[in-house]
Design a protein around this ligand. Structure first.
Ligand code: HEC
Ligand code: HEC
Length: 239
């Protein structure tokens, strides 16, 4: 709607003559919350507190990560903003799910995140898919996950994720309880470059023969971390 204003103002001028000086500026105009259509305003008001003012360096996963934005399907962005991630700190925002935003505002946010922060990510070809993949029987899978973990993660996070010299533990059930499997998969794929955590293909801080993680290996790792969420890392410590 905002874009129609200059034209309307001009029509008004033609009809009644203008007294532009002293008139409130368009940017000062009060916008009822449900009519807000600026991506920046919607993001700062609703999202920045957790995801950071520029979509990074907040407590929640970075949204301005180019690899994440190259991989995440548009529909998933819409769904997670509308419905949140039940069981985590990501709340639902759509009116229809008890949140404070209209369907249009959810759409502006979902499209705006890619428009503002996405871009060509040459390395996204060959990356594991973002969405969770079907799992095998749990126990076998987390055993394979343990082998991948030893190869790709333990150099920083320590045996069984109990924490390394400079990097924190990730086997704490209370910490894992607040992170969905989908977010774990995403963290393993994109890393958290802003914090020094390497992505799926980054050899930094890993064994010399490290090869980019395959989709299946990422799935196995998530199954392993999910088993730690149940407290199994404590039980297997020292194995
Ligand atoms: C109270 C904190 C909080 C607020 C406010 C919040 N988020 Fe989140 N968001 C999170 C957390 C925590 C996660 C990770 C959840 C999980 O474990 O899956 C998340 C996940 C997401 C994801 C998926 C990221 C991924 O890696 O899969 C998107 C997209 C997202 N949020 C967008 C938004 C948008 C847009 C807003 C504002 C309308 C918003 N969030 C507001 C905490 C928040
Ligand atoms: C080069 C070192 C390094 C390697 C290798 C590494 N990480 Fe990390 N990881 C980090 C750092 C640094 C952080 C930031 C938090 C911290 O300091 O504990 C982190 C954070 C995390 C987090 C928490 C993310 C959050 O949003 O709070 C998870 C989960 C994680 N890593 C899993 C893994 C897994 C699984 C692997 C193996 C695929 C792995 N990491 C490999 C350095 C590493």
């Amino acid at each position: 709607m905002a874009r129609a204003w200059p034209a309307l103002a001009l029509l008004g001028c033609l009809a009644q003559g203008c007294d532009l000086p002293g008139k409130p500026k368009q940017s000062d105009r009060y916008i009822p919350p449900q009519d807000e259509i600026s991506f920046n305003t919607l993001f700062q008001q609703n999202c920045a507190g957790c995801h950071g003012t520029e979509g990074k360096l907040g407590p929640a996963p970075a949204l301005n990560d180019k690899l994440f934005l190259a991989l995440v399907p548009d529909a998933e962005l819409q769904t997670v903003i509308s419905k949140g991630r039940p069981g985590t700190l990501m709340p639902p925002f759509a009116n229809s799910d008890g949140g404070g935003l209209t369907a249009e505002q959810v759409r502006i946010l979902a499209e705006g995140i890619k428009a503002h922060w996405g871009g060509v990510e040459s390395d996204s070809a060959g990356a594991p898919p973002y969405l969770l993949q079907p799992t095998k029987a749990g126990a076998a899978q987390s055993k394979e996950g343990a082998q991948v973990f030893a190869r790709a993660c333990a150099s920083c996070h320590g045996d069984h994720g109990k924490g390394g010299e400079t990097v924190g533990a990730i086997n704490d059930p209370d910490f894992l309880a607040l992170i969905s499997d989908q977010a774990l998969r995403r963290i393993v794929i994109t890393g958290r470059p802003e914090l020094g955590m390497p992505g799926y293909a980054d050899p930094k801080g890993r064994q010399e023969d490290f090869k980019p993680l395959t989709s299946e290996e990422v799935t196995d790792l998530v199954a392993l971390l999910a088993s730690w969420r149940q407290g199994e890392a404590i039980a297997t410590k020292g194995n």
